[in-house]
Design a protein around this ligand. Sequence first.
Ligand code: MN
Length: 293
Amino acid sequence: MNKLGIFMNFWEKNWDADHAKYIRKAAQIGFDVLEFQAQPLLEMTDEKIRSLKALADDVGIELTYSLGLDRAYDVSSLDENIRKGGVKYLQDIIRKMHIGGGTLLSGVSYAGWGTPDNFAGDKRPYLEQSIKSMREIIKVAEECGVTYCVEAVNRFETCLINTAREALDYASEIDSPNIGVLLDTYHMNIEENSIGDAIRLAGDRLTSFHTGENNRTAPGRGHLDWDEIFGALADIGYSGRIVSEPFVMAGGEVGRDIHVYRDLIADPTEEKIDEEAKYLLNFEKEMIQKYSK
Ligand code: MN
């Protein structure tokens, strides 16, 4: 069975929150993995990071990380000062992850989140800057035992990597055992002609997987074809992590950054989100079971 996870900000409207509370909650509900926004690690003491790791070990939760890179640290910037600052920033995040035993980073982590200012339509120069940066970042990832996943996201969040094909090509350019590819159903729904074909194209190069509906509700609530998705994961023999990333609450930093302008479940109290998390865990387990060979 794949390890199943959930993103902490299903519950929280701000990126930083009481990590310990959600480590306990994820374990109690029955998840194997809890994913956090990585940037708050930079504000934590090493002691605090180690204590969260000890708690996670104690309750049987693996911690993984994701980020939407602040454009002040855009590693695809044509401005060398910004690019170099971004390289150092991401290397620092990887080192902090390592202190807490983290081994997986994903997200828009290869460019600033969004479209570059004054973008004139040719992404190649930005891609070249990003690849140059990643070759430096990946050395630290190798030292720290961190797999740095390139996540293909939709066109409104980056111009650089929108499809599985583009993520695979990018990863090939880096040529490191520590570069990975992550696909996310929410983004694939917008960008791929066929979600199943995109998963099969990635094949054994698929490192990690995010789930979410067409409108970022929990899997099974919207109109994505989960038979196609879990069937394709079974086709490639995918045995890695599946981390669900629903965002259902308007407001706060998360609502602003993810563009959630209405509550996507009625009256989203903590109890209701807990119930929804249990539902989605069960839904994914059933789908995996259905396609297990
Ligand atoms: Mn994702």
